[in-house]
Design a protein around this ligand. Structure first.
Ligand code: ATP
Ligand code: MG
Length: 181
């Protein structure tokens, strides 16, 4: 499983639609301060369902929408699509060799999630990545300060990270879901 591409439109400092292609192996994003490197990482978190505006380095969710510059007016929505290679079927056989996940947010507050172009709920996106380590709370994205956070975390919180790595979280989640019904 690896990231194949990331398409942004109206997300933070990227008003125009751009598509970044990643190959297998290591990709580094370089550029001057303030050029949008961290915004690319934020886009990956966001499309995976991040709900914490603090984690996304903003105050409200609307802050992810391009807010305009001196020469360019603000956008009405932000949209991000992430394509993930699923050749080995880690995300389930049902989805095919490439899985695409889209999230779109309008200034009105309306939002959409899509998996392979089909409208889904946030819950479906969360479930898709559960136990892969790639989800919103996974360890695949290590932000600044995250290592210190893990080391100093309460033991119960640290256990969540190990459970995600071991592939146990999905079962705990399914049990909670079943008990709720
Ligand atoms: P550094 O090297 O300092 O870490 P960086 O390349 O990681 O820099 P980012 O933090 O990704 O930079 O980008 C910051 C820029 O993104 C700022 O100029 C900020 O104004 C711009 N930005 C963030 N949110 C928005 C938004 N909603 N609309 C327009 N621009 C935005
Ligand atoms: Mg940065």
């Amino acid at each position: 499983m690896y990231l194949r591409s990331l398409e942004l439109q109206g997300f933070k400092s990227f008003p125009d639609k751009i598509k970044l292609h990643f190959d297998k192996g290591l990709t580094a994003v370089v550029g001057p301060n303030g050029s949008g490197k961290s915004n690319i990482g934020d886009a990956v978190r966001w499309v995976l369902g991040e709900q914490s505006t603090k984690t996304l380095r903003g105050n409200k969710m609307e802050d992810v929408i391009f807010s305009g510059t001196k020469t360019r007016k603000a956008m009405g929505f932000a949209a991000v699509t992430l394509e993930i290679s699923n050749e080995a079927g880690e995300l389930g056989e049902a989805y095919g060799a490439v899985v695409s996940v889209t999230r779109k947010l309008y200034r009105s507050g309306d939002s959409e999630y899509r998996i392979n172009g089909k409208n889904v709920r946030l819950k479906d996106v969360t479930e898709l990545f559960m136990d892969t380590g790639m989800g919103r709370d996974g360890y695949a994205i290590i932000g600044q300060g995250r290592i210190a956070e893990i080391v100093s975390a309460k033991s119960a919180d640290r256990r969540d990270i190990f459970e995600e790595a071991a592939g146990v979280s999905k079962f705990r989640y399914k049990k909670q879901e079943a008990q709720r019904k």
